[in-house]
Design a protein around this ligand. Structure first.
Ligand SMILES: [Ca+2]
Ligand SMILES: [Ca+2]
Length: 447
């Protein structure tokens, strides 16, 4: 009896605490965003980060900036590293000098950390090429960034641009171990243009040269699946009976207009081999729109991974969250969709919205549901979305404008990371038209 009363009383106090906390949080959220400064960088576009393992807190992360000049097909684009910007957050951001990579690219995509290629050497990967006459010719580069003042990039794509009519360009890639004994190879999505027109998209395997790896050697490519993806992709492992594992790959296509899931399955319905093309399967979780960005994260904190996609459009873009079915990722009809938000670009002809997304816990404890950050692209703003409750069944978010850069701006890239280890996350936003990377800090109290 007493226990029951105590529990009820306790629950009431908890509820009050939560209410007070919610009010406090909203107050502190509303007052905690600070513009820390801007770094001028012409045509700034996609952003990514590099973790300096074993470095102190203010030196732990560097930021990569890929630039993109869409207005001039004969121009070339650059990649920069902003070296450990956490060191400059103390009012010294104006001193930051981005360091250019050794070569120029054709519309480079997100620069990715690329571990495990050669021991002791820090490498990143840069896919490039894009849908502009003059920039169709794409590659995958590995860059040795061990000494950032002497970066050397190597083209590892073997597929020749057979003639002036056929062009391949690459969007995203990751290293994957395809057999238990083998080394890691590259899986990538690429777009094929013939005579300046989209022809098809492909999931490609790039096989590591053997024996003895040399940067200058190309990786031999094989097309695994057609019309699967031409934008971002990532792997997810799912448990299978008899301690086996499903190696699934989720991928999106802007031209293929599809959110795909791919896996290898043997004839008896158990996990198969990615090295055997006859065992590869693909299903469309969703299709018919221009799927652009893709994130895997447990967004509602129910301990199960979800997939977030952005769909770009000149009239009705959106961001949608897909719950992967708990029992079997292959049962496509059991995927559940939640629409986070819809987007309409502002004024600039031909512009699309939204752009890149980023999901991050903003409190230093990194518990509960994370926030979602969105670069609006042709919408000219950046946004963040704060979960309205910690209930896994509640998919509602409060939408906030991080900043408004005006109609005509292309808010291309976004990165979120606590750069100086003070508990407040820094948000990097790239402005392609203005040519700048803006940096904000969010301090949010732990609940
Ligand atoms: Ca989940
Ligand atoms: Ca910070």
């Amino acid at each position: 009896m007493f226990g029951h009363k105590f529990t009820t009383h306790h629950t009431t106090i908890e509820k009050m605490k939560r209410f007070i906390c919610l009010v406090c949080c909203l107050f502190s959220i509303a007052n905690s965003k600070t513009l820390r400064g801007a770094i001028n960088l012409r045509n700034a576009a996609l952003l990514s980060k590099y973790e300096n393992v074993n470095a102190g807190s203010a030196e732990k992360f560097s930021i990569f900036v890929a630039t993109r000049d869409e207005r001039n097909g004969s121009s070339l684009d650059a990649v920069y590293i902003i070296d450990r910007p956490g060191r400059f957050l103390n009012g010294r951001l104006s001193e930051v000098q981005p360091i250019a990579f050794d070569k120029l690219y054709n519309w480079p995509k997100e620069v990715q950390t690329f571990e495990n290629v050669v021991a002791g050497i820090k490498t990143v990967m840069i896919p490039d090429g894009g849908d502009i006459l003059g920039k169709l010719k794409g590659h995958i580069y590995i860059a040795n960034i061990t000494d950032i003042n002497n970066i050397v990039s190597y083209d590892i794509t073997s597929s020749p641009h057979l003639n002036d009519d056929v062009y391949y360009f690459y969007s995203d890639a990751f290293l994957k171990q395809l057999s238990p004994s083998g080394e890691k190879d590259i899986l990538s999505c690429r777009t094929v243009f013939v005579s300046g027109v989209y022809n098809r998209s492909e999931l490609v395997l790039l096989k590591r040269p053997e024996p003895g790896y040399e940067f200058s050697k190309p990786w031999r490519d094989t097309v695994l699946l057609q019309n699967a993806c031409d934008s971002f992709l990532f792997p997810i492992q799912f448990p299978a009976p008899n301690s086996q594992k499903w190696d699934a790959v989720y991928a999106v296509g802007t031209y293929a207009k599809q959110l795909s899931v791919m896996w290898a399955e043997s004839e008896d319905g158990t996990p198969g081999s990615w090295n055997d093309p006859s065992q590869l399967k693909m299903a469309a979780v969703d299709k018919g729109r221009k799927f652009y960005d893709l994130i895997r994260v447990d967004i509602n904190n129910d301990k199960k991974l979800d997939v977030i996609v952005s769909i770009i459009s000149e009239i009705n873009g959106s961001i949608e969250i897909w719950e992967i079915p708990e029992n079997d990722f292959r049962s496509i009809e059991s995927y559940k969709k939640h629409v986070l938000d819809t987007f309409v670009p502002r004024s600039r002809a031909g512009s699309q919205a939204p752009g890149a997304m980023y999901v991050q816990h903003v409190t230093s404890k990194k518990i509960g549901k994370p926030w979602i950050f969105v670069a609006g692209s042709g919408d000219g703003r950046a946004y963040y979305y704060v979960p309205l409750s910690q209930d896994p069944l509640d998919w509602r978010y409060s939408k906030k404008v991080l900043d408004d850069y005006g109609a005509g701006e292309d808010v291309s890239g976004l990165q979120v990371q606590d750069l100086d280890g003070d508990g407040a996350v820094e948000v990097f936003v790239s402005l392609n038209v203005q040519g700048a990377v803006k940096i904000y800090s969010f301090s949010v109290d732990d609940e």
